[in-house]
Write a protein that binds this ligand. Structure first.
Ligand SMILES: [Zn+2]
Length: 264
């Protein structure tokens, strides 16, 4: 039997069967939390709780999707950290936040906004993950492009990796568990990559995936034996998201299983 996490259990208990039914204000109300939109200085959202009720304040100047993420994040604190003193810092959703409490709240938010039980059956209709597919999910689930991309990559349906690059270097990355952990992307962009033109040039990216030598992304010796698919998309000034997808399955096999290249 599949184990549901707390956010998914809550959605199921409320009878949510479609993405458009994830009404955050109703969900918050059910959990004893009231949402207030106001002007906040220095943060995007916070939560003030007493016994079984709470007030979640959301900065009204943010985009609709950003507000949705902030509400879901605060509901994560309400579920896990009720009664504890903490300083909430909602930031752009990134994999592996430094602070445990923020990481936990982000994980809850991702699951509440894009529960696996609604995402995975839809995802399996797509043979490959591309930015076109990510945009489709982002519209359907009303979530930001990067949060949607992270969720889909981590759903472990396709052998792919997601990297965020700025001009100063790599900001973060995450990968499908099936993308073997020995592949660790380089910190700096190789000028051969299409991502380089997006981060340092005029390109917006978003073209169909390109084939490139894996050694442009990884400095392991075995990388020169493989090609991978690369697709980059501009997400801000001098910033891009890059999706890498395995082209040769041998690249993600356990090292011991592979033959030929390794030992003499
Ligand atoms: Zn927080």
């Amino acid at each position: 039997m599949k184990v549901l996490d707390p956010a998914e259990r809550l959605l199921k208990s409320l009878g949510v069967t479609e993405p458009r039914e994830i009404e955050l204000e109703d969900i918050a109300f059910d959990q004893g939390a009231e949402i207030k939109y106001c002007t906040l200085h220095g943060c995007e959202a916070d939560i003030l709780g007493y016994r079984d009720s709470a007030i979640i304040s959301i900065d009204q100047s943010r985009s609709h999707r950003r507000k949705r993420f902030s509400i879901a994040h605060e509901l994560g604190h309400w579920h896990y950290h009720r009664g504890k003193k903490l300083q909430c810092r909602v930031e752009d959703y990134q994999p592996r936040h430094r602070q445990l409490t923020e990481r936990v709240a982000n994980g809850y938010a991702a699951s509440l906004l894009m529960p696996h039980y609604l995402v995975k059956p839809r995802a399996r209709d797509h043979k490959k993950l591309t930015f076109k597919v990510i945009e489709h999910f982002s519209t359907e689930f009303n979530t930001s492009l990067s949060a949607t991309a992270i969720r889909l990559v981590e759903a472990d349906i396709w052998p792919c990796m997601l990297i965020c690059h700025a001009q100063e270097g790599r900001k973060w990355f995450t990968q499908a568990p099936m993308f073997h952990k020995r592949w660790f992307p380089q910190g700096e962009l190789d000028p051969e990559t299409s991502a380089f033109d997006v981060v340092f040039g005029q390109s917006d990216g978003g073209r169909s995936p390109q084939v490139i030598g894996a050694d442009a992304w990884f400095d392991r010796a075995e990388a020169r034996h493989y090609e991978i698919f690369e697709q980059a998309k501009k997400t801000g000034d001098g910033e891009a998201l890059i999706l890498l997808t395995v082209k040769d399955d041998r690249m993600v096999e356990e090292e011991a299983e592979r033959s030929g290249y390794s030992r003499w």
